[in-house]
Ligand binder design. Structure first.
Ligand SMILES: [Zn+2]
Length: 188
């Protein structure tokens, strides 16, 4: 995980705010964990329709809690070959700021292997955090800052029912940061 290059002028403050914000309120109870478990079982049998409806439920419950507009979701077999501009595009999913559409793919583009459940859920949480950046926090854009990755991790661990991990960062040139995995994994 690597952070984006900080903007030089426009949105500089918004970027820094996103970088600093490491906490995310979480819904009480285990509703999201319950829905995530359903995503896991649907993935196990490769039931795309069931995966999609569980993802939609996950996003609807989150939208309720965070008081943001619900975002539509599409679960695709594999990553589309052509990825349009303006999408914040990841390896396993993307989010479109204007349509608010989240797309996640169940298979990797090249080898067509089923995406691991942890990766899939983490992608869903990651894309949802892009949505929250615009509609809950009102940032000027949705960057991959240290704070962004921390918030996405908080949401992911809550949904998965696993303990949060402290993330350690190492500076890279150009004002960017990468996760120091050896250090992060050493600490429980
Ligand atoms: Zn992203």
């Amino acid at each position: 995980m690597l952070t984006d290059v900080p903007p030089k002028r426009v949105n500089r403050e918004s970027f820094q705010e996103s970088d600093r914000l490491k906490l995310l309120d979480l819904p009480g109870g285990d509703e999201l964990t319950g829905i995530a478990t359903r995503i896991a079982s649907a993935m196990k049998v490769g039931a795309t329709v069931a995966v999609r409806s569980a993802c939609a439920e996950f996003l609807a419950a989150s939208a309720d809690f965070y008081r943001v507009p619900p975002c539509p979701v599409r679960v695709l077999a594999a990553r589309p070959l052509r990825v349009r501009e303006n999408w914040s595009s990841e390896i396993f999913g993307d989010y479109h700021p204007e349509t608010m559409l989240i797309r996640v793919w169940m298979r990797t583009a090249v080898r067509k292997e089923i995406t691991a459940y942890g990766t899939f859920l983490s992608t869903l949480c990651h894309e949802l955090c892009h949505h929250l950046d615009y509609h809950r926090f009102g940032f000027g854009d949705s960057w991959h800052t240290r704070g962004f990755y921390e918030r996405a991790a908080v949401l992911y661990h809550h949904a998965r029912g696993t303990p949060e991990k402290q993330l350690f960062w190492a500076p890279v040139s150009g004002g960017r940061w990468r996760i120091d995995w050896p250090r992060t994994n050493r600490t429980i």
